[in-house]
Design a protein around this ligand. Structure first.
Ligand code: SF4
Length: 342
């Protein structure tokens, strides 16, 4: 059975005509699923009973089963745990910030990158998610928000997994999120985060997409970076930064570098100066993320003073920085904390 949420609107039109139906029904079905938030084909009252039965028999929808939700104490972060058809589980996080309703989606079960500070990386890669499994994370959270009169406004590919290692799914899911007759989320509001898979960055720059790109940098040099992101040893840092520059040039999007600060490892004056030198003259922002504790890891979060000193060194060199206020720590939904605690 094809999963419905892997269909672009064009795929849906083709499927309908191949099955003896009128192609304009695709617009109605997309409206039901992505705009009205219908949870089954049965609910689509302006389709004939026969078509509804045909859709239910031939197309799988939904493919995700919601297992549970966990809300942070401040109510600003909600973590959703989903069960996949093979029993594996993934998580997504909804972050409420001002008017923004951001969904952090997962793209793989586990992750091959094995970053030293990350709960998802500890388990390694289990498998890629399908397009429908990625799309439905956002769709179901959008439906959850609709009940409160709200909608998903932003999507970040920063949950479990390395997006560039599930590239076709990434690109298909972005196109479905952006579909004007569907969720209609602007590409400016979609962000992809990578540890620096060079061929993926170059391919994405050639797509007719203009999404924001974030590099998980975490170190100013290859030697230290290899220890923090074992996967990164495949890609020399200079080559990654060159690919990021090309992406910025081709898409006219600014680039963000994420830097998780680990006490005594990458948060010293020397690393700050090296980082300032590395990024000097680039149109970019460095997002500093103080490490979030993960069970079973002995890493530590730096003290506030040393984070401020690190930031000041970058700012003095004219590098724009943000210090991300971490949401959802109490429910292990913060950056690097996603893992399956069921
Ligand atoms: S931080 Fe991201 S890239 Fe690194 S192991 Fe975790 S999920 Fe993978």
């Amino acid at each position: 059975m094809n999963p419905f949420c892997s269909f672009s609107i064009g795929d849906c039109r083709n499927w309908l005509t191949q099955n003896g139906e009128k192609s304009f029904r695709a617009d109605q079905i997309f409206d039901w699923v992505y705009v009205k938030g219908a949870s089954s084909f049965e609910a689509m009252s302006n389709l004939s009973k026969e078509l509804r039965a045909k859709l239910s028999q031939c197309l799988a929808f939904p493919v995700l089963k919601q297992v549970r939700t966990l809300e942070s104490e401040d109510g600003e972060t909600i973590k959703f745990l989903w069960e996949l058809s093979d029993g594996k589980k993934v998580e997504s996080v909804l972050i409420l910030s001002g008017d923004r309703r951001t969904v952090c989606v997962s793209i793989q079960v586990g992750c091959p990158a094995r970053c030293a500070f990350c709960a998802s990386g500890k388990q390694g890669l289990k498998r890629n998610l399908t397009t429908a499994e990625v799309v439905e994370q956002v769709l179901h959270i959008d439906r959850f928000l609709k009940e409160k009169g709200e909608r998903v406004s932003h999507i970040v590919f920063m949950g479990m997994g390395e997006p560039m290692e599930n590239y076709d799914t990434l690109v298909q899911a972005i196109a479905i999120f952006h579909e004007p007759k569907g969720l209609n989320i602007s590409q400016r509001r979609i962000t992809v985060s990578t540890v620096g898979v060079v061929e993926g960055i170059r391919r994405l720059a050639e797509e007719p997409l203009k999404v924001n790109l974030v590099l998980s940098l975490h170190s100013p040099n290859q030697h230290l970076r290899k220890k923090i992101i074992p996967y990164a040893r495949k890609y020399p840092l200079e080559e990654i930064l060159m690919a990021m520059d090309e992406y910025a040039e081709k898409t006219k999007r600014d680039i963000t570098y994420e830097y998780t600060l680990l006490a005594g490892i990458n948060d010293g004056r020397r690393e700050a100066e090296e980082l300032a030198h590395l990024l000097s003259g680039k149109q970019c922002t460095v997002n500093l993320i103080p490490y979030n504790p993960v069970d079973g890891l002995s890493l530590k979060r730096p003290e506030k003073d040393s984070i401020e000193e690190f930031r000041a060194i970058l700012e003095d060199e004219g590098i724009n920085t943000t210090w991300r206020y971490t949401k959802g720590k109490d429910i292990a939904a913060a950056c690097g904390q996603l893992a399956l605690q069921n």
